[in-house]
Design a protein around this ligand. Structure first.
Ligand code: ATP
Ligand code: MN
Length: 462
């Protein structure tokens, strides 16, 4: 007989049928009548299925009566209407095979609750808990829905490289990739490592964004997106930063900043609706145990039009507010998380798209506005998470782009390919980057970004 998943069994309309299922014991409770209730979970859904194991099972005394949380078993039996409350169906076991015991003195996920910090120490086991199982299922669903959203709208999925040679993509500090022996590095005349000896014959690093390569495909194929691992070697020990995370980066040809903001709103709302529809019981769990009000908030944001405001107006609102900020708001500053959150949580009480930032705090490739001091950039801010999306209309005018590179001390010679897009058939185009883990954080209500990725990488943590 084939193994049924617990999710399918719990949703089954039939009872009285013979089934086989397998999973890990969450709890076992011995009853006075000489039988055990086993709560079994296989990761297919949040809920456990209850197994009724009577003491006439041949291995009851030797094995079943000694089952502890964490043990793995295969159960054959009859799916029956449950007499107890709390579940509709349960399995009356005819046979239980123990695949692996778990020593209750050593298994870290026993009956007692353990906190999320402690679970970070055991990433290889934490997926067996309710919280991390639910996070993994929401992550999976969001991945699928991202692909679906873009596919349905004719965006091509482009795989941009992870190892890159352009050492100033402008987005952040990079991790170097090298096969040089660090104990024995040959230096050139200027005292720099001689990268001609290195694997690629030049300096290489892990990507901080797929955007520049994404643009080349958008300027040939129209609408594209990338979705892949992204690396930032910044020493940001916050609950919103990882050293390795996943980024979704759509890029549209023949599009301006307002098209970009429209896409960002449609995209986020599609994803909010998708988790609400397809991850109901996981969301109910988060709503109850992690973040009260989560479902109500997702429902509201899935409908509400996102507010749009210019950076200049936003700064004015921050200055006029009587909130005491750690950093005093003023025009020209990079907004801190406290400002972003105040705008989203207190002023707009929902998502807000801030546009047209000062050129000096944004990357060289963002399109210069006519006022000469701002660029066509946008950030989408969400309550609690702050910035979830950063995007812009790209500078498509060759002379402006070269000026902007020089102003950022970048040598146009290193960007020949990027400039070629402006030399040959240049078109207006725009795109954004969404931090996938920040999205998962927002959809689950998990407080720390390290708890929404299976193996978090952060400074001094590998
Ligand atoms: P922040 O100001 O929040 O550090 P950023 O402005 O440096 O982010 P961008 O270069 O605009 O980030 O990257 C696009 C998106 O990628 C961000 O809006 C955010 O959602 C996500 N992101 C950026 N850095 C990180 C990180 N270290 N960990 C997780 N997600 C990140
Ligand atoms: Mn940004």
């Amino acid at each position: 007989m084939k193994r049924s998943r617990i999710k399918d069994l719990l949703n089954s309309k039939e009872s009285g049928i013979d089934v086989v299922t397998a999973g890990w014991v969450r709890t076992r409770r011995a009853s006075k009548g000489g039988f055990s209730f086993i709560e079994l979970n296989d990761g297919s859904c949040l809920n456990n299925i209850q197994i009724l194991a009577f003491n006439d099972l041949p291995n009851y005394d030797s094995e079943i009566g000694r089952l502890h949380p964490g043990a793995s078993i295969v159960v054959e039996g009859e799916l029956v209407q449950s007499e107890g409350s709390g579940q509709a169906l349960e399995i009356k076991a005819a046979k239980i095979r123990v695949l692996g015991h778990a020593d209750p003195m050593e298994y870290p996920l026993g009956k007692q609750r353990i906190n999320l910090e402690r679970l970070r120490e055991i990433p290889h086991l934490r997926a067996r808990t309710n919280s991390f199982g639910a996070v993994a299922r929401v992550r999976d669903l969001l991945t699928f829905e991202i692909t679906r959203f873009f596919h349905d709208r004719g965006f091509l999925y482009v795989h941009t490289p992870i190892i890159t040679g352009s050492d100033c993509e402008g987005a952040g500090a990079m991790f170097q990739v090298t096969t040089l022996d660090p104990a024995n590095i040959k230096k050139d005349e200027s005292g720099q490592p001689d990268y001609s000896e290195d694997f690629f014959g030049q300096r290489a690093a892990l990507t901080v964004s797929g955007q520049l390569e994404g643009e080349t495909y958008a300027c040939a194929l129209g609408n594209i997106y990338t979705f892949g691992p992204t690396f930032r070697a910044e020493n940001s020990n916050t609950r919103r930063h990882l050293s390795e995370f996943w980024m979704v980066e759509p890029e549209m040809a023949f599009a301006d900043l307002s098209d970009d903001a429209d896409l960002a709103q449609d995209f986020l709302q599609h994803l909010f609706n998708a988790v609400l529809t397809h991850c109901k019981s996981d969301l109910e769990f988060f709503n109850k145990r992690i973040k009260p009000g989560l479902i109500e908030r997702l429902e509201r944001l899935a409908q509400a039009t996102f507010a749009r405001i210019s950076y200049t107006d936003a700064i004015e609102m921050l200055i006029d507010s009587d909130q005491g900020f750690e950093f005093d708001p003023h025009w020209g500053m990079d907004m801190q998380s406290e400002h972003e959150r105040y705008l989203a949580e207190e002023i707009f009480k929902g998502p807000v798209v801030v546009t047209d930032y000062p050129k000096d705090i944004k990357a060289f490739y963002m399109r210069r506005n006519d006022d000469g001091r701002t660029v066509a950039a946008m950030d989408v801010l969400l309550p609690e998470v702050g910035e979830i999306i950063g995007g812009s209309q790209r500078e498509e005018r060759l002379d402006h782009l070269i000026d902007a590179m020089r102003a950022s001390n970048l040598d146009p010679k290193n960007y020949t390919e990027y400039l070629d897009l402006r030399r040959y058939g240049s078109v207006p185009h725009a795109g954004f980057g969404l931090g996938f883990e920040r999205l998962v954080q927002f959809c689950t209500g998990m407080h720390n970004i390290r708890d929404v990725i299976p193996y978090p990488r952060a400074p001094k943590r590998l």
